[in-house]
Design a protein around this ligand. Structure first.
Ligand code: WQD
Length: 337
């Protein structure tokens, strides 16, 4: 069974390709290498002993997308990761985000709606909830107006998929990730942020390696137990496994609605200081950090109610925060060692 993974050389994409291949799927990767490297193919093959098909292609080129689907007409399912995902950058350059994240989705869906049936897994984000009223966050928590163009592209993306699924043979599952962290236990693949990391965990591991002088903790005046913001940090391999389960659900026609939505988190919230303490424990290093002011656009707290994913998908995150941080630290040491 041939599956397309767009953005398959990226952080979550590459881990999902490995899980798909271990389940016997034939994988075709599309990636434009704007935020990844072809080197990742080596890591994927080192783990799976299978080399996926790779097509360097920019999904913003409509004609290229059409030719791709003519060539790979036997594709049965798509897992769509390819998108720009830096919140801050999206505020400075909204059109880059609206063009890249939405036109690519539209061109993919235009090809899929020509098929007798198509299964589509969409990489969404807990960012669609904004600052949810109630913790832990359930899938029916209200969608609040987006705090960034990035978050807006995820909200609009979900709406486009829902509208198209109503009038086509496309079945879809929207996966709303909380905070993906960690790396494959083999340390053959992991997170490769380009430039100064925006996200907490890669900044911590780079500080642990001495690549960054110190971590800035963005605010300790939030209404949380220790004053720092709370998030739900989920291991990327747990996340990848959920994608394969969701895809099989659609391929086997087990979905109860044309479009289903699942929160993917651990169900546990951890504050920034708790992440720092956990890192110091697993790395046996003292982390150099300084409390500074809040980051614009950050929310106080977000962690998932995972009942629906547990009960309907039969999926539950396995890794603890410490295990996730240990894998991220091992990866950082390997790539910088
Ligand atoms: C986590 C916490 C920061 C860096 C974003 C996107 C989300 C998803 C994951 C794509 C926050 C604090 C961070 C630092 C810090 N991306 N922090 N110092 O903002 O929860 O989510 O990335 O899907 O959509 O919104 O993740 O890792 O940037 O921040 O104190 O140097 O760590 O304030 O409380 P975030 P993050």
């Amino acid at each position: 069974m041939k599956i397309l993974v767009t953005g398959g050389l990226g952080f979550i994409g590459s881990h999902t390709v490995v899980e798909l291949q271990s389940e016997g799927f034939e994988v075709v990767i599309i990636d434009n290498l704007s935020n990844s490297s072809e080197e990742v193919m080596v890591g994927i093959e080192a783990i799976s002993n299978i080399k996926p098909i790779f097509e360097k292609l920019d999904l913003r080129e409509k004609s290229a997308v059409q030719s791709f689907f003519e060539k790979h007409h036997d594709i049965k399912g798509v897992i769509h990761f390819a998108a720009s995902k830096a919140v801050g950058e999206s505020v400075e350059n909204p059109l880059l985000y609206y063009e890249n994240n939405l036109s690519t989705l539209i061109y993919l869906l235009q090809e899929l709606q020509k098929k007798d049936e198509a299964s589509f897994i969409f990489s969404s984000s807990c960012t669609v909830y904004g600052q949810a009223e109630k913790m832990p966050i359930t899938e029916d928590a209200p969608i609040q107006s987006a705090m960034s163009p990035y978050g807006n592209t995820k909200q609009i993306g979900e709406e486009i998929i829902t509208d198209v699924a109503k009038v086509s043979n496309i079945k879809a599952i929207l996966l709303r990730y909380f905070n993906p962290v960690g790396s494959h236990p083999s340390a053959e693949i992991g997170e490769l942020p380009i430039g100064v990391p925006q996200n907490l965990v890669p900044f911590i591991t780079q500080t642990g390696m001495g690549l960054r002088e110190k971590l800035s903790v963005y605010g300790d005046d939030y209404p949380t137990p220790d004053g720092t913001a709370v998030r739900d940090y989920i291991h990327v391999v747990d996340l990848a496994k959920a994608h394969v389960i969701a895809l099989k659900r659609l391929l086997e026609n087990k979905n109860l609605e044309k479009v289903e939505t699942f929160n993917l988190g651990t169900g546990t919230g951890s504050s920034v200081l708790e992440v720092i303490n956990a890192f110091e424990k697993v790395s046996d290093k003292k982390l150099n950090y300084q409390i500074v002011g809040r980051r614009e656009g950050d929310i106080t707290s977000a962690y998932a109610n995972t009942d629906k994913a547990n009960e309907v998908l039969g999926w539950k995150a396995q890794s603890t925060l410490e295990e996730s941080l240990a894998s991220a630290w091992m990866w950082e040491q390997k790539i910088r060692g």
